[in-house]
Design a protein around this ligand. Structure first.
Ligand SMILES: O=C[C@H](O)[C@H](O)COP(=O)(O)O
Ligand SMILES: C=C(OP(=O)(O)O)C(=O)O
Length: 372
């Protein structure tokens, strides 16, 4: 870890513990300290603002490209994450006319019960939970990926961690397990970036629509200021949100009827109909091999005129499948949910781009006929 940060961090004085149930306490850097240790230069900051604007344009329908949030289910090592980012940046140069790729750099994992919680929590993958190091690695990695020209996305799970990384993100998700939480809605209302709310694990989309409505409003809520002090914060409200359909306990919800129902619910809630389909999770029954079929269906709906479909999400890594933590790890294989491999992912995006180009040029031909 950064030496300057390291000396500032120590075990806190146990005699100060007011709660006997807390078995230990270690200081973390404040967001301000970490940002100073891993700074963002003004040129990169300006680039991230342009990336957010480009994503906002897609969500609002001003840009016809398809937003593609793609990458590992979770990041567990820097080398494979940078390797993946390099490949995606190269592919972006070829497909950027019709797709807007954003890399999943997911460093916090929500668990159904218990399990590894991600690089930010446990960077050594061994239960030692060296979070000061995890946050440092996270910020450095995110900065290095954005420097390749790629916008990045992650799930914002623990509101206290947002300030450590928020300035680096192009897009963020609130996950299926937290969409109904008022605390997360307040958090989103203070973010200056586009955010997708996922439907609940039950499949209920109403909570996500409510979340979008709630986070458009300004809120007053307790949190931490940039120096880590408790403060009453006042947010302005975030107008740039999107509904993410990820399927649920009753099955998938990416089909045309489900998408149209979701669009109706958004309009009824007074919201623009911007929808992303997560091709993974309950929409693929957690079988990565099913993600291409979901993507195909979404593309068919888009080409048939469903303009509310502005984005897709795919879980993809260097190599396909998944592996358990514990033994020796294979390079580039997910340690959480199963992913598509890179070769297949690249072929899939290339095919999607071709289909979208053909669709667009067919559309242009039709409008040219109409005006002649
Ligand atoms: O995206 C990843 C997982 O679906 C999510 O973190 C839940 O994982 P779990 O059910 O294995 O805990
Ligand atoms: C955990 C995730 O998704 P969900 O909230 O849909 O389960 C994820 O996208 O990594």
């Amino acid at each position: 870890m950064n030496a300057q940060l390291d000396t500032a961090l120590a075990e806190t004085d146990a005699s100060l513990d007011v709660d006997a149930e807390i078995a230990g306490s270690r200081l973390l850097p404040t967001a301000d300290e970490l940002r100073r240790a891993v700074p963002l230069d003004p040129a990169l900051e300006a680039r991230i603002h342009r990336q957010r604007d480009a994503i906002r344009d897609v969500l609002a329908g001003r840009d016809e490209r398809l937003l593609v949030v793609i990458g590992p289910c979770s990041i567990h090592d820097r080398d494979s994450a940078l390797d993946y980012a390099g490949r995606l940046a190269e592919l972006n140069a070829q497909l950027g006319d019709v797709l807007l790729p954003v890399m999943r750099v997911y460093v916090e994992k929500p668990r159904t019960t218990v399990g590894w919680k991600g690089l930010a929590y446990d960077p050594h993958l061994d239960g030692s939970d060296d979070m000061a190091e995890g946050l440092y690695q996270t910020r450095r990695l995110m900065r290095d990926i954005t420097a390749l020209g790629l916008p990045i996305a992650c799930e914002l799970l623990q509101p206290m961690l947002v300030d450590y990384i928020e300035d680096l993100l192009g897009w963020a998700a609130v996950g299926a397990r937290t969409t109904e939480s008022q605390v997360h809605r307040e958090m989103v209302s203070a973010l200056g970036l586009p955010v997708g709310f996922k439907n609940a694990t039950s499949g209920d989309i109403g909570v996500a629509v409510d979340a979008m409505g709630a986070s458009r409003h300004g809120h007053r809520y307790p949190g931490l200021d940039a120096h880590g002090r408790p403060a009453l914060l006042t947010s302005k409200g975030n107008p740039d949100t999107q509904l993410v359909l990820r399927g649920g306990q009753r099955g998938p919800n990416f089909d045309a009827a489900s998408v149209e129902r979701a669009r109706g619910a958004l309009l009824e809630g007074g919201l623009d109909g911007s929808i992303m389909v997560d091709c993974s999770h309950a929409n693929s029954g957690k079988d990565p091999a099913r993600q291409p079929a979901v993507l195909d269906d979404v593309l068919r709906q888009r080409l048939a005129g469903q303009r509310a479909l502005t984005g897709v999400m795919l879980e993809s890594h260097i190599l396909s499948g998944k592996q358990k933590l514990g033994g020796e790890l294979r390079y580039g294989v997910s340690v959480t949910d199963g992913c598509l491999g890179w070769e297949e992912s690249a072929a899939l995006l290339t095919r999607a781009a071709q289909q979208l180009r053909q669709g667009v040029s067919a559309g242009e031909r039709l409008s040219a006929c109409a005006t002649n």
